[in-house]
Design a protein around this ligand. Structure first.
Ligand SMILES: Nc1ncnc2c1ncn2[C@@H]1O[C@H](COP(=O)(O)OP(=O)(O)OP(=O)(O)O)[C@@H](O)[C@H]1O
Length: 118
């Protein structure tokens, strides 16, 4: 599977995103939230600076959800039984996505506030 063409590699990566979107409810929630944020930013005519920040946040959240889902799937495949350590690992992965989501919510709030208070 080494030395595949760039198009094949892109297709594999795209397949991974499609798979996660179809199978992970959290991924679907993040994509819907991103769509709502994009609509709000368009409506409030937010400046390019805030757009850059929120697009960065959306990218980080979606990438972190992919990482979270991939590690969870790997853990469940290698060790399907319950274990306290696995619970803690999954909690930490969920914490990663939560921190990025809170960061995005704060940036979105500040961006809209900057327009309303101008
Ligand atoms: N194998 C396990 N052993 C111990 N605790 C677990 C295990 N699997 C899950 N848990 C606990 O249950 C919580 C939820 O796990 P789950 O696998 O449902 O993840 P989720 O991200 O909340 O759900 P989703 O499947 O929708 O991504 C974990 O954060 C962890 O605390």
């Amino acid at each position: 599977m080494k030395n595949q063409s760039i198009w094949k590699k892109l297709k594999f990566a795209f397949n991974g995103i499609v798979y996660a979107t179809k199978n992970e409810h959290n991924m679907q929630r993040h994509l819907i939230s991103a769509l709502i944020v994009i609509c709000l930013f368009s409506y409030f005519k937010i400046s390019i600076f805030w757009w850059a920040l929120i697009i960065l946040c959306i990218g980080l959240i979606i990438a972190s959800e992919l990482l979270n889902s991939a590690i969870e799937a790997l853990i469940d495949y290698l060790h399907p039984e319950l274990h306290e350590k696995i619970g803690k690992i999954k909690d930490m992965l969920a914490g990663m996505v939560l921190i990025l989501s809170i960061t995005a919510a704060i940036i979105g709030f500040l961006a809209i506030l900057s327009v309303l208070s101008a």
